[in-house]
Ligand binder design. Sequence first.
Ligand SMILES: [Zn+2]
Length: 268
Amino acid sequence: MYTRNIIAIIALLITILPGATKAAPPDTLHNRLFTVGVGSALIGGLYDGFYNYRSLKKHGDFGLGAPDKLDGELVVFQGKAYQTQHTGKTSVVNDLQLTSFAMVNFFHPDITITSGKEMDKASFFRFLDSILTNVNGMYAIHVHGKFKYLKTRAFPPVKEGQHTPLADMLNLQQFFEYKESSGDLIGYRLPAFMDNTNISGYHFHYLSAQKNAGGHMIDLATENITVEIDILDSYTVQVPATKDYGQFDFKKNRAEDIKSVERGGKKE
Ligand SMILES: [Zn+2]
């Protein structure tokens, strides 16, 4: 009886295994969001970079984040990482420089939509909401085209060892306004449950077509745009390998601080 069962199990395995191999998911990296650092830790003052761009780019060719010591804003586009500093200077970063917080994925569009309608930020977000119907879905969003108006911001670098919460340094932000600018918005819409580890809702960084301007998007008016959506299905968090992280207090809820930093001010 026992032997017969073993034989039956082996026979079953032989039948299942080839099918199981075939049914294995394809390269799931393509739908995975890879996060370096914790959003609320960055907002709470952990600005020291701990993860280099060479490693970051192994996990994605598209994304955004914060450079070491909060020195401006970061964007990863078509496999290259760019930094926009508070002076407005935008340049390719050195592979060995560090980030304190970043999210990347390998961008493969599932949905592509064009729009020649002029939209302000609120109507642009409503337009995206009409495409991104899963309210708890994770989406990477690439917007390419012409913008009638764009307002971005970048923070100046903090001093070595400075841990002032970001929401208390909003007056240090430098804002940039562009009219009739062509380029790319690189961003995400993430679900509410990701607040604190990340930033829920819409989050975009800009990179001009000439790759000489950018920053965290605060406001816009679209002209002619193509929107590409990559539907993601999982995320991972690379926690900081720093002493400060080991002592950071996560009990404080920083969701409201995250929102005010994201919009560039305390209230809209
Ligand atoms: Zn940002």
